[in-house]
Design a protein around this ligand. Structure first.
Ligand SMILES: [Zn+2]
Length: 155
């Protein structure tokens, strides 16, 4: 590998590959347990609520709806390539299905961020074929689920 090290790329393995493949297609996947009925995120092979085994925990497509739980506007990050992206909004959101998720909020100036504001998922491109879920304010009309600019090129 040439060039500076990157610390933003996911390392997919056999278990998480469906999640990253779906993200590249514009879908956010969750894991839901058939034993207790609860969803979780990040993806785990066993249910973190009732410890049901992997044969009881299945992938499902999330609605993409969430509300903002908390956030922090990052002005400095020395870990490449994040330094080239500041300022950005690191956030924790509550998915409509229940799980809490670490992510970024895009397309929203910091003064307009509000706890509990409705958000919808979008996908930002990090590299060829690599897309990650991000969130933007909900109800922005008919915009595509893809962010207008690849994350790698966002200022
Ligand atoms: Zn369970």
């Amino acid at each position: 590998m040439s060039g500076p090290a990157r610390h933003d790329l996911p390392e997919a393995d056999d278990f998480t590959r469906p999640y990253w493949d779906a993200a590249a297609e514009g879908r956010l996947l969750l894991r839901r347990c058939a034993q207790c009925g609860r969803a979780h995120h990040y993806p785990r092979e066993f249910c973190p609520h009732c410890w049901a085994g992997e044969d009881r925990v299945l992938w499902e497509t999330a609605s993409g709806r969430a509300t903002l739980y908390t956030w922090s506007v990052v002005h400095r990050n020395d870990l490449p390539p994040f330094g080239a992206r500041v300022p950005y909004t690191a956030a924790v959101v509550d998915l409509a299905e229940g799980p809490r998720m670490m992510t970024q909020v895009v397309d929203c100036p910091a003064p307009q961020l509000r706890i509990g504001m409705p958000l919808e998922v979008g996908f930002g491109q990090l590299a060829d074929g690599v897309w990650i879920p991000v969130f933007r304010p909900a109800s922005q009309g008919q915009s595509s689920s893809r962010t207008q600019e690849p994350l790698a090129r966002r200022r």
